[in-house]
Ligand binder design. Sequence first.
Ligand code: SF4
Length: 232
Amino acid sequence: MSLQDKSKILKTIYRRLYQAFGAQNWWPGETPFEVIIGAILTQNTSWINVEKAIGNLKKENLLSPRALKDIPLEKLADKIRHSGYFNQKAKKLKAFIDFLFSNYCGNLEKMFSKEMHLLRPQLLEIKGIGNETADSILLYAADKPIFVIDAYTQRILFRQQLISEKADYEEIQQLFMQNLPLDSELFNEFHALFVRLGKEICKKRKPECRRCPLKKVTSYQSPVNNEEKICL
Ligand code: SF4
């Protein structure tokens, strides 16, 4: 498939999803700091649990870099209990806060002013922050033009035959970065639309292709299993 074809298909996918679902207004969070905390807490849990944990932090006035720096680790773990894996996640939050104070005096604006290609590797060095979390922070909190790849995106692209089953994070990300304008607003909306489609229609088991806005976007016929054809 040529680069031109890929670009055309991605734009068609975006257009169809946007027409079907409209603006998703992501990321849910009142401030960039809240977005970062949400991006860390949402690992391996549903958003509803994250909301409860963030609600607890807000209630106790703990949603600021200084407050999270000062609170003891065990106490923090208790406050975010709803998010699951709370001991590990408390350590991850503390690791991010340590990084923020050591490198940017606890100032998010300072951190966001760093160029994306320099900030991304720094974030990835923080214990517990992987590609998806780092890119969620860059895109949704810092408004930098980077595409976030998650399991929904990967599944839909594979079923649309735009990537192989073995494609890694960077490869999938490059598909967007090389074939679409580098536009944080577009990347923000596009990723949120993939999540919506993956949750509601292109489910892991039994995708509901008949009501999918992406049916017939690609001309491939890809079997999900022996009985079913998808993306027709
Ligand atoms: S047509 Fe089916 S398999 Fe293809 S993206 Fe839509 S729901 Fe998923």
